[in-house]
Design a protein around this ligand. Sequence first.
Ligand code: FUL
Length: 488
Amino acid sequence: MAKLWCFLCFIITSFFGLTKSVISLPEQIATPPLPILPLPSYSQLKWQQREIIMFLHFGVNTFTDSEWGTGHENPSIFNPVGLNANQWVSVATEAGIELMILTAKHHDGFCLWPSNYTDHSVIGSPWKNGHGDVVQELVNAAKAHGGVDVGLYLSPWDRHDRRYGKNLEYNEYYLAQLQELLRKYGSIREIWFDGAKGSNAPNMSYYFSDWFAMVKELQSSINIFSDAGPDVRWVGNENGFAGNMCWSTINRTLLSIGNGSIVEYYLNTGDPRGTDWLPAECDVSIRTGWFWHKSESPKKLSQLLEIYYNSVGRNCVLLLNVPPNTTGLISEMDVKRLREFRSAIDSIFVTNLAEKCSIKASSQRGGKGGGFGPEHVLDRDHLWTYWAPKDGDNEDHWIEFKGPVEGLAFNVIRIQEAIGLGQRIKRHEIYVNGKRVANGTTVGYKRLHRLQEGVAGAHIVRIKITESRGLPLISSIGLHFDPFWHPK
Ligand code: FUL
């Protein structure tokens, strides 16, 4: 009887114990920490992950060997007899690029699509007997390749149209063209507005609020680029270099379009106290000019890699211009250089030596198995799985890799923040075998450090976060070897 009683007690307590733990289990799972505002929008996050975007400067300037057309060009000079947008798209995809931004209209006012509101366009060109449409060609080719997106540049400064300088008339004309482009060609992922304008151009006020509202109305997932956003900001120069410190946050109220040079430094570095999420895009051409010129050739691989480290490696997106030539194709030398560029990037980052290491961290949110351990910096998700220290931990935060006895040889360190919850890191340091080998300020989506002295025989690599807005959240870390890097 006593035995039976004990057995019943055991059954009852285990049943309640079980239900109790089943009920309380979800409450014990550590939740993600609160975000620190401002945050990126869904479209800004997608944009950031692209890393490299292709710019295509093409138009009458291609045929006149100039950079800024006068607006008096005869449309008949535009005749790219061998134009093949499929080649442009293949070149881009081979280079790992999936967004291509075309100059639908540059400062000369010549339109690469048959606009209803002007005859200064492909309509007046012998190319396809005036029935051509370069925007459509790109859209079709991108669709045919699948997974490639299109963006457009519509220059506000128009040196051809007589309405330029008459505020109401020109803004109506410009808005009419925006509506054509954003209604006729399907999904457009980025629209590019610049503030460039010659010093003796007529005075003109652009109705930016109307333009931006209309753009968002017509394309909900588009990113609007300008000196001042609202979605993507200019980095403040055309060399492809972001600031050594580069925040995706900034105060938009301190920015304006067309005055970029005044706030160049601010655009270049962003602002840790910024109330707006407005990441920077680094525009630069693969050649000296933006348009194709017979006399120019592409930059060297080492220059392109320098640009990559100083743009993508500093929390930005690289907008690399690759101009089609007079035939309407991307020149073979550019194709070759882009191929080398992509294969160099792939070969540097394909191996992460940190994967050979054991990892530990100063603390971890939710304790062991709590979902925020340091092992998350080695998985493929560079946004939503991350190492988080425990709340209230005010010490230096660090994460440490212990390598195999023979040591590790690397010269590049990659750190990525979980920016979906805000950009946080203000200062960080890297130690190898107890010696500081690099330090920096911001990290953001991606921070790359190329070491002045390559490291061989590294046993212990420690990344210390010495200052941050709230707790630092690290989504990925890599230790890589760059065979192309020759420190001075
Ligand atoms: C500038 C323009 O003046 C250049 O011609 C080029 O298009 C560059 C990307 O933007 O504002």
